[in-house]
Write a protein that binds this ligand. Structure first.
Ligand SMILES: [Zn+2]
Ligand SMILES: [Zn+2]
Length: 266
């Protein structure tokens, strides 16, 4: 299974999972045309799109979702609250529900969800499992990591996790206090320190890749995010790859191996 970061940050979030020639997007926070352009730059045909899984309806996650889905006949996979928020304004397209008690299959991808704490209609973290048992978790735009989220992210081989801001840089950002409180509050975003703490809790020997996502350009730096998270991961003996998602992708393709392939090369 391959993961391609098409772009992540406050100006848009979109990740592509490629397996057996099929493409599942995690979020579609750029225009449909821009997502198609980034897929083509990464060497992936947009016609291979078989589904668009959404964490929530905010524009930086869903701006191109319904247009892209309608254009390629691919369903939207989302919580009902997200779907209802999108359906009011978006183009007509197919819908597959995601929920904690629901397992949804799209081609080689099995997708499930976990509720998150964020100021949207019904936001979720996403889990995707592929043939061979390769498992990925994606959690961003969450103000607090709940026990459910910790449980949901355990045992994943790849994690896309929010490291939105450095707490000191947020305080000195010049944002009004009310905005700072929203970002750092329970409906906002995870700080670098929150991400480091969460990774300390969910780390296991099979964790191969951590992608830090949704970095704030104004309230974070690559050095701060990498340094804070790596301190925590190193203490747990992490030997995988730490990738910082960039706003303007596509980035180089990341190969994610399953448990069987891991043991072959161990
Ligand atoms: Zn966002
Ligand atoms: Zn959001």
């Amino acid at each position: 299974m391959n993961l391609i970061v098409l772009g992540s940050g406050s100006r848009g979030n979109c990740f592509a999972l490629v397996c057996d020639g099929a493409v599942l997007l995690i979020d579609a926070g750029f225009s449909a045309r821009e997502i198609e352009r980034r897929l083509e730059l990464a060497g992936v045909a947009p016609t291979a799109l078989i589904g668009i899984a959404l964490t929530h309806e905010h524009g930086d996650h869903a701006a191109g979702a319904t247009r892209l889905a309608a254009r390629h006949g691919a369903p939207i996979l989302a919580s009902f609250g997200t779907w209802r928020a999108l359906a009011a304004t978006g183009e007509r397209c197919d819908y597959l529900p995601l929920g904690m008690a629901t397992t949804t299959v799209a081609g080689p991808f099995t997708v499930n969800a976990c509720p998150t704490s964020h100021d949207a209609a019904e936001p979720i973290a996403l889990g995707v499992t592929m043939p061979g048992g390769v498992s990925l978790g994606a959690a961003y735009d969450l103000g607090r990591p709940t026990q459910a989220v910790r449980w949901f992210l355990r045992d994943r081989h790849c994690l896309i996790l929010e490291a939105n801001h450095d707490e000191t840089l947020l305080r000195t950002s010049g944002y009004p206090v009310v905005v700072q409180q929203r970002i750092a509050g329970p409906g906002g975003h995870l700080s670098n320190r929150d991400a480091a703490r969460l990774l300390d809790e969910v780390h296991h020997d099979g964790l191969q890749t951590v992608v830090l996502a949704h970095l704030s350009q104004r309230c974070n730096s690559e050095e701060a995010a990498r340094g804070t998270v790596m301190t925590s991961l190193s203490a747990r003996g992490f030997r995988g790859d730490l990738v910082l998602a960039e706003q303007d992708g596509p980035m180089a393709t990341i190969a994610i191996r399953g448990p069987a392939q891991q043991s072959l090369f161990a």
